[in-house]
Design a protein around this ligand. Sequence first.
Ligand code: OGA
Ligand code: NI
Length: 353
Amino acid sequence: MISPQDWPEPIIRVQSLSESCKDSIPQRYIKPLSDRPSINSILETINNIPIIDLRGLYSTNPHEKASTFKQISEACKEWGFFQIVNHGVSHDLMDLAKETWRQFFHLPMEVKQLYANSPKTYEGYGSRLGVKKGAILDWSDYYYLHYLPLSLKDYNKWPSLPPSCREVFDEYGIELVKLCERLMKVLSINLGLEENFLQNAFGGEDIGACIRVNYFPKCPQPELTLGLSSHSDPGGMTLLLPDDQIHGLQVRKGDNWITVKPVRNAFIVNIGDQIQVLSNAIYRSVEHRAIANSHKERVSLAFFYNPKSDIPIEPAKELVKPDKPALYPAMTFDEYRLFIRMRGPCGKSQVDL
Ligand code: OGA
Ligand code: NI
């Protein structure tokens, strides 16, 4: 399998559609009945995923510390998703990162088009995932960038406007990598593994990290479409900085979709497919999606912390037992990602295959 070089049909920016289609959305964005958000509306509850205060991890009180580890362990098993507060990342930096990206999406279209992406690496300004001709599309645009490894970091692919953006995103990336390293230790210990196990399995210091900034323009018929189709995140772990004005993220819980209520200044953490594999499904990457809305644009920053792309990822030997055989064969993240990029978001079918 080689990476496709170009999109199967011309790219239309959803932001432009949002400005030109005031009453109805084009056919290409209308989802089948079973995928529309309204169908399940009785089952959609505004509930919340667990909210965990990370200050407890460094508490001198052993009970508080143990309780925080336990909350994270249960959240990973029950939900695959949780919000974290007191995570150590500056709130000003979080606001600045979000605001700077919002400004990027408000630049004139001809400026944004300079960064138009292709399915070869997906880096840059994009409006679709997957290369299937005639696919039904999601109501969002995005910007995708590599932070790590440094060999893949290419400032030419980063926007040069707004002027502060490269500096802001660099600092944001550094802080989020540190936070992910701390969380990886907690997850390793909770799985009964040595504290550096997951980090080492990911490649030690040679991990991968990228960001997708999602831009969900206003949508005249949010009940017919989705901002982002159901998927699980293919990488290791995701830190999502949501828009705290507008709800949009929904997490699957059994047959229900739970609409997450973001806590101000929190990050939403979720387990990706690679940690599902390494943990031999003790932790599972959970399906999620984003709904569109008619009143306000929404911006979210998804930071993906991934294994080094060319080392095989397989269930930890310590978690494979006679009664719990390895559920997945070894596969590199490069091989896995290529498979996903061809198909676009498809629930969780890829990891369960
Ligand atoms: C993602 C994602 C959800 C959101 O980018 O992978 O799940 O609410 N985003 O933006
Ligand atoms: Ni996601």
